[in-house]
Design a protein around this ligand. Structure first.
Ligand code: 13P
Ligand code: SF4
Length: 301
């Protein structure tokens, strides 16, 4: 913590001076997550909490689509992202033109966009979802068939849990696609009794081998509620680090994959963001209203 003290102190002071709050995703490093964040959570919690912020400035410690979502919900506030290069392989896998083509190919079928998409893609869709509410959103539409994009694995994992027919896009998360069913089997052999939690962006054969699949918040809740003596969270590396702080009696087995985009956010660039008011997130007004509608429909459902 001594290493971080200077930046942490400066950030805490800047937050007060500038009336700013920091929203941080569960994949942020512990010094951000536990040291300077005001609100932490999964994508759904960050979107929900963004609607309640009364500070003047929101710093989004997460990836770009999360900052865009916060801006959509707070058009009058300044939303800052410390590094504009914090992207996402899912958001990059699909364009607005791709969505229009899918609609043409499947007339009348509603389009559900995972929040891991650009605002421009959200503007072409009917409603958003996150990993925390995907099944509820798909079923809540009350239709026999939906298009769900861009994560093919999330789509297939949800399809396995519902009678709604799901037409998927071909995107995937570069972090979760790397886990294999063999990884899970090898972990069980190497760590007897281990409880295996996975994110639903993992391939279906990985989910099939796991004890539980859920959003990052659902994984944290599972650990808190069930207190497995030994657990592995097959997801981004900081997740276990952040949860393990609360449960010193639980043995966290920690093979994991880093998200290079999440890791672009650091204490140093959060401090610079607040000192220099950068990088201000803006959204083309021509599409902001439609993109916001997709997010708000999700929150309402
Ligand atoms: P959650 O919504 O589950 O936090 O997931 C976000 C994400 O980017 C997972 O890779
Ligand atoms: Fe995107 Fe995957 Fe990184 Fe999440 S972990 S931000 S889905 S690349």
């Amino acid at each position: 913590w001594e290493l971080f003290a200077d930046d942490v102190d400066a950030i805490l002071r800047l937050k007060r001076e500038r009336n700013a709050v920091i929203l941080a995703h569960n994949y942020q490093t512990p010094e951000i997550f536990h040291g300077v964040a005001d609100i932490v959570g999964d994508s759904l919690a960050l979107a929900r909490e963004a609607t309640k912020v009364d500070a003047d400035i929101i710093v989004l410690a997460g990836v770009y689509f999360m900052a865009e979502t916060a801006k959509l919900l707070n058009p009058a506030k300044t939303v800052l992202i410390p590094d504009t290069g914090a992207g996402c392989s899912l958001a990059d896998s699909i364009t607005p033109a791709d969505v229009r083509l899918m609609r043409e190919a499947h007339p009348g079928v509603p389009v559900v966009a995972y929040v891991n998409t650009s605002a421009a893609v959200k503007a072409e869709c009917d409603i958003c979802c996150t990993s925390g509410n995907a099944k509820a959103i798909v079923e809540g539409l009350g239709v026999p068939k939906v298009i769900m994009l861009p994560d093919q694995y999330l789509a297939r994992n949800i399809a396995a849990e519902t009678t709604v027919e799901i037409i998927a896009w071909a995107g995937q998360c570069e972090v979760h696609e790397r886990f294999t069913a063999d990884d899970v089997r090898e972990l069980r052999e190497a760590y007897p009794g281990v409880t295996v939690l996975v994110h639903p962006e993992c391939p279906p054969e990985v989910v099939a081998e796991a004890d539980f699949a859920g959003s990052t918040a659902a994984m944290a809740n599972y650990v808190g509620d069930r207190r497995p003596p030994r657990v592995v969270l097959l997801t981004e590396c900081s997740m276990s680090d952040n949860v393990a702080v609360h449960y010193p009696d639980i043995d966290f087995v920690r093979p994991c994959n880093l998200c290079p985009h999440m890791k672009r956010i650091t204490l140093a660039n959060i401090r610079q963001a607040l000192e220099q008011n950068r990088h201000v997130v803006t959204i083309d007004p021509a599409l902001a209203e439609r993109a916001k509608n997709s997010v708000e429909r999700m929150l309402a459902l």
